[in-house]
Design a protein around this ligand. Structure first.
Ligand code: 5GP
Length: 195
């Protein structure tokens, strides 16, 4: 199948793993710039704290933040879902908590992908108890038609179909986070992992 990796020779190394590129590096960069400008306007004059959800959000957060033209601070949380590896149970284990208090701060939570929404819903509930002045979400991806809980995503880069994707921070077995695009894996990559 056509992988649409283009003529970029550095991409050839991914040819055997990637089935299709859903979002190119250029598309993502242009959207990050657009959202960065929007965030800069919305938070002008206020004290902004970007909170990244590790590990998946680190690439998007790095690019997005360089388009935000405001003084701001960064913090990170690391979470993992309990239960089966491929489907979130909604019960989230906090592996790394924030380094700082967020009471009275304007918090913008940066997520890689919203699938069922259960992880994000848990995180928002948890962070709200800490009484931030404001709490909003910026997500790189949202899968359509699979969200189980209502969540308002104030800054959303892209909607994608409900397929498993890797790249631009997103992994499969800790691999593929460094792909500069978002794409789907060839089925034999999963098969090789099982056998
Ligand atoms: P949710 O709780 O919204 O169902 O799942 C959120 C988390 O599941 C994401 O932060 C991400 O870690 C993982 N996840 C959901 N869909 C995908 C996907 O298509 N690819 C990858 N690599 N991770 C995903």
């Amino acid at each position: 199948m056509e992988t649409k990796l283009g003529d970029d020779k550095s991409m050839k190394v991914f040819e055997h793993d990637i089935e299709e590129v859903l979002l190119t590096h250029e598309q993502i960069q242009s959207k990050a710039a657009e959202l960065g400008a929007q965030i800069s306007a919305d938070y002008a004059g206020s004290d902004l704290l970007l909170v990244g959800v590790l590990k998946g959000a680190f690439v998007f957060m790095a690019d997005l933040s360089r388009h935000v033209t405001l003084p701001m601070e960064f913090d990170f949380m690391a979470v993992s879902s309990y239960g089966a590896a491929t489907q979130t149970s909604g019960v989230v284990r906090i592996l790394k908590d924030l380094d700082h208090e967020i009471q009275g701060r304007n918090v913008l939570l940066v997520e890689d992908i919203v699938d069922s929404g259960l992880t994000l819903s848990y995180l928002l509930k948890n962070l709200r108890t800490r009484k931030p002045a404001s709490l909003e979400v910026c997500a790189l991806l949202q899968k359509t038609g699979v969200q189980q809980v209502p969540i308002e995503i104030r800054y959303k880069a892209f909607e994608i179909p409900p397929v498993f994707v890797v790249g631009y921070g997103l992994d499969y077995g800790e691999r593929f986070r460094n792909l500069p695009f978002v794409g789907t894996l060839r089925p034999d990559v999963y098969r090789d992992a099982v056998s």
